[in-house]
Write a protein that binds this ligand. Sequence first.
Ligand code: FES
Length: 90
Amino acid sequence: MKDDVVICRCEDVTYGEIVRAIESGLTTTEELKRVLRCGMGPCQGRTCSRLIARIIAEKTGRDIEEVAYPVVRPPTRPTEIGILAGDDEK
Ligand code: FES
């Protein structure tokens, strides 16, 4: 795969960035998420997590089943933007 192929479309993280991070010693999806932000976009990794796990498995020689997926922390409930902006009259 070419280095400029985008793996995480939400955060614009490329295959090359992920491979370089793995080569520098980051070998879990959580570590890559914290450093590169891949998996932290609007889809919360639904699109990219499996691809990232596959790249980790391929580059580290591990079985993909050994590569854990990152923890997903969705909002506990939807919040209106007005409340976040300080409009709390509702
Ligand atoms: S594609 Fe990676 S978080 Fe959406």
